[in-house]
Design a protein around this ligand. Structure first.
Ligand code: IVH
Length: 695
């Protein structure tokens, strides 16, 4: 029993004074850790350590309720539920900004021309210094601190009068409740409350799991959370904050907006890393392009950039027109969400037989292109979003992601429209459609009998990361299948020049090229071939794992489910899918015929993973290597047992960096991950296997 005694905490200080000192120390440490975690994204202690100290503070405060102050980290969620949101008159109005939607060059130039004219500058005068920030897609917030304590948070409202949302804003961990001692007695920080994309996805996932309503986009989710009457609810909606300006300030002065941002950072506020100084229009344009290129990779939504004159004296001189400052302008990017009418809902059949409902849309310009189709994912999503033909839908297209319908504009339906139903028969081959229990997706049961699945299966087989048949695109495959030239994969290697030339728009030269590409594709690798077969759940990585583990195709085809389960990262669902695939005589037949057509690869002995030099190591590639292509380097690393990952974290063992390596290299240096060049990587690959590891 005795050793258990030390599990009990040492006696707490009884005296009130001692407790007060301890409480202050605990809060200070917890605030510093929270800042590292939430603002700097660089925690220095494990979560458990933070939690333990947090509980210590809670316990002490429970013993001394009179020592609890609103700025204690334990007081972020306050229990009370508001009756309504009280109006708040802003000491300094919250303005809006003029918006430009022009092209990169003309939008920035027009702004610069206007500023120079207002400031009566001549062409001989030096460029005006600007600061460029992302235009965050959230909602504007004013945070008022008095004597270093957060006393009020208010929405923008009409710019003059907003709403008091202090109870909810206190729950945002990135927002300090108390400021360092050098903060002025009155400080209003202006900025944007938003929801990070990953947090938004996780929130929707949770809502879905609980059968609750999902949110259309991060901004709506954030706006809804901010205006909750119950801070307990707001606390469950993960919000974030970026500071970008000041309201009323007493007791501090700044010369430039840049200095404001620097100081805000020092006081503990998150400031966007993308913000930066730009001299004149040329650099504004460059910034607009640079942030635009990074847009889809940012963890949060932005809808443009904001250009601001950096000098606060010049800002003052420029002043305002109506309710917009002359010294700032928002320069938008093409909208990623637009509303348009759903003309019809069609159903497409994919390679795996999955039926995907697709909305046919009145053409709409969104995300920089004209969109006429958008995926509705599955019947479940259609019901959830309440989508019907004739509705006005909100269509989203971000980056290269396929356009999707994220929701409908409510109250626009004029007459009764029946609910969409999934067809009982496959629209392509007429086979029965089923939905497996517990699955959201409907599937065609036709298998390779279904031309849609056949087409997709061929395209997948020929894809670059599979058999890599150059020139075998979807138009050609459509014709080949529709004309009956190809019924099964092996037919690809059996068709002759005549059959190809007989197709529409196929010249002899291109037909020869296709045949040559097919011929070339016959020499392949086992992982490519396996991946190309299109077995459900067998992606590239699994194909590589299988090939490495078993060494030969026959071993894989004859493996039992238990043997398959021995493979790295293969779980019961995947093992079952592989086993079922090779249990079908017609699939084995396809494999045999492909081999008979001359498809070959080198087989090896089953590998002992742990003896490979890089077994268990995670490597990230970045930049351009002097001699090896990205794919070649990846293949080499994987063959040596390494896992090649896309982003750098504490778990990364090596970063291999080439020319023009960017943020991944920086991240590696920051985290102290060893960085290698190509030569270093090759040396590592040549090194003997690590000792002391059992195969
Ligand atoms: S400055 C006087 N900077 O855009 C200028 N606004 O119409 C005050 N916004 O709703 C605004 N990112 O919430 C500024 N980096 C940024 C911004 C930004 C987003 C929002 C702001 C307001 C709207 C301005």
């Amino acid at each position: 029993m005795t050793e258990n005694l030390e599990l009990f905490p040492p006696p707490e200080p009884n005296g009130r004074a001692q407790a007060a000192i301890k409480i202050i120390a605990l809060r200070k440490q917890l605030n510093a850790w929270a800042h590292e975690y939430y603002v700097q994204d660089a925690p220095s202690v494990p979560d458990a350590e933070y939690d333990r100290m947090f509980r210590d503070l809670q316990a002490l405060e429970a013993q001394h309720p009179d020592l609890v102050t609103p700025d204690s980290p334990t007081q972020r969620v306050i229990g009370a539920v508001m009756d309504g949101l009280a109006p708040v008159r802003h000491a300094v109005p919250m303005l809006s900004i003029r918006t430009e939607t022009d092209t990169e060059a003309s939008g920035a130039e027009a702004f610069d021309v206007r500023i120079r004219r207002e400031l009566k500058l001549t062409p001989e005068d030096p460029p005006v210094e600007y600061i460029v920030e992302p235009k965050f897609d959230g909602l504007a917030m004013s945070l008022r601190y008095e004597h270093g304590k957060l006393v009020q948070a208010a929405t923008r409202g009409d710019g003059e009068v907003g709403e008091d949302v202090t109870h909810n804003i206190r729950t945002i961990r990135q927002i300090p409740l108390a400021l360092p001692a050098d903060a002025p007695p009155v400080l209003e920080v202006r900025g944007e409350v938003y929801m990070a994309r990953a947090d938004f996805d996780a929130l929707n996932e949770r809502q879905r799991a609980q059968g609750g309503k999902t949110f259309v986009n991060p901004r709506n989710a954030a706006a809804g959370a901010v205006r909750q009457l119950d801070s307990g609810i707001a606390a469950q909606r993960p919000l974030s904050f970026f500071a970008y300006g000041l309201g009323e300030v007493q007791g501090a002065q700044f010369a430039t907006h840049h200095a404001v941002l620097q100081q805000l950072k020092l006081w503990g506020f998150p400031v966007a890393g993308q913000a930066g100084l730009a001299q004149g229009a040329t650099e504004l344009i460059a910034f607009h392009q640079r942030i635009g290129a990074a847009r889809d990779a940012l963890p949060y939504d932005i809808d443009g950039v904001v250009y601001k004159v950096n000098s606060l004296a010049l800002q003052q001189q420029l002043g305002f027109v109506t309710r917009e400052p002359r010294w700032a302008v928002a320069h938008k990017y093409p909208a990623q969400e637009m509303a348009t009418r759903i003309e019809a809902i069609d159903v497409q059949v994919g390679r795996t037989g999955k039926l995907t409902p697709v909305a046919r849309l009145a053409p709409v310009f969104v995300g920089g292109v004209t969109v006429t189709n958008a995926t509705l994912h599955n019947l479940f999503e259609i019901r959830k979003k309440g989508v019907r033909v004739g509705d006005t839908a909100i269509v989203r297209r971000a980056g290269d992601v396929i356009p999707e319908v994220v929701g409908v504009v409510p109250g626009q339906r004029s007459s009764y429209v029946p609910n969409f139903r999934m067809p009982a028969q496959c629209p392509v081959c007429g086979s029965a459609v089923v939905r497996e229990k517990g699955e959201a997706n409907h599937r065609c049961t036709g298998g390779l009998f279904c031309p849609a699945q056949r087409k997709e299966a061929i395209l997948h087989f020929a894809a670059r990361r599979a058999m890599d048949v150059e020139g075998l695109g979807d138009k050609l495959v459509d014709q080949l299948v529709d004309q009956g030239v190809i019924r099964m994969l092996p037919d690809l290697y059996r068709m002759g020049l005549t059959a190809l030339i007989a197709l529409e728009r196929m010249a002899e030269k291109s037909a020869q090229n296709v045949l040559a590409a097919l011929e070339k594709s016959k020499r392949t690798t086992l992982p490519r071939f396996l991946f190309g077969l299109g077995i459900r759940h067998v992606g590239e990585a699994t194909a590589k794992d299988l090939a490495r583990h078993f060494g030969s195709l026959d071993a894989i085809m004859d493996a039992t489910v238990d043997q398959l389960l021995q493979v790295n990262d293969v779980g019961p669902v995947v093992a079952e899918a592989i086993h079922t695939f090779f249990a079908q005589p017609h699939n084995r037949e396809v494999v045999e015929q492909l081999r008979a057509c001359g498809v070959t690869w080198e087989e090896g002995a089953p590998a002992e993973r742990a003896t490979l030099p890089l077994a268990g190591k995670t490597v990230v590639l970045t930049g351009t290597l002097p001699t090896l292509s990205r794919d070649a380097a990846k293949d080499l690393l994987e063959a040596a047992g390494a896992k090649v990952a896309g982003s750098v974290s504490k778990k990364t063992h090596y970063v291999v960096a080439g020319e023009e390596a960017g943020s991944k290299l920086a991240k590696a240096q920051e985290l102290g991950v060893p960085v290698l060049d190509e030569a270093g990587m090759l040396a590592l690959l040549a090194a003997p296997a690590p000792e002391g590891q059992e195969p």
